[in-house]
Design a protein around this ligand. Sequence first.
Ligand SMILES: [Zn+2]
Length: 244
Amino acid sequence: MKDELVLTKVNGKANGSAKINGNGHGRIEIKDFELFGDNHIGTSIETPMRENAFEISDDEKILIIEDKFREIMETMGLDLTDDSLRGTPHRVAKMFIKEVFYGLNPANKPKISVFENKFKYNEMLVEKNINMNSTCEHHFLPIVGKAHVAYISNGEVIGLSKINRIVDYYARRPQVQERLTVQISNELKTILKTEDVAIVIDAKHMCVSSRGIQDESSSTVTAEYSGKFKDKAVRDEFLRYLEL
Ligand SMILES: [Zn+2]
C-alpha cells in the first residue's frame, strides 16, 4: 500500500507508470531518491534503460515528447497560443531525440575503424581539450567541460577526430560524470584492443552553478586510469602533457 502511494506521487498522472516502474525503482522512498539525485550518485556503469526503449521510432518519440512538453509548459501557466512559444514543444522534443540525447540510441553510435600503424607501437597518444556537452540525469541541466584522453597503442590507432565522436556519443545522454568517464574508457579499450587507456574529464555542472548551492567557480574532475596508466610514471607523463 505504501509503495503505491509513493508511485502515485512520483508519476502523477503519467501514462504507463506501471511499465516505468517495472524495475522496482518505485520502491525507493521519495526522500531517499531526492537526496540521491542531489548528491549526484549514479547506480550503474550502463545507462539505465528500459527493455522496450526502442520499440517505438525516434519520430514517434518526438511526437510523444512534444505532447508532454506542451503539457508541462501549460501546467506552468504559459500561453502556448503565443507565437513565440507555439513552436517550443516541438523544438524541445526534436532537440532531445536528435541532438542532446541522440547518444541513447545505439543506432547512432559512431562507426569507428582502426588502422594499423607499427610506428606508433607502444607510444602514448594524447588528445586533450575535447569539447564535451552532456546533461545531468538528476536535474536535466547541462554539464559542460573538457575531456582529455590518452592511450598506448598496441599497433592499432584510430583517427583523432574519432575520439571526439566517441566522447560526444556517450556525453549525449542523461549522464552522471563518473559513468560517462567509464563508458568512454570502456569503449576505447574495446575499439583499440588494449587496456592502456586514460581519461580525465573536467566539467562544470549547471545544476551546481545556477541552482542549489550556486557555486559558479567549482568544477568536477573525474578520471579513469587503466592498464599501464595505473603505473605512476606513465600516469604522470600523461598529466604533464595536459599542462602543456
Ligand atoms: Zn545535477
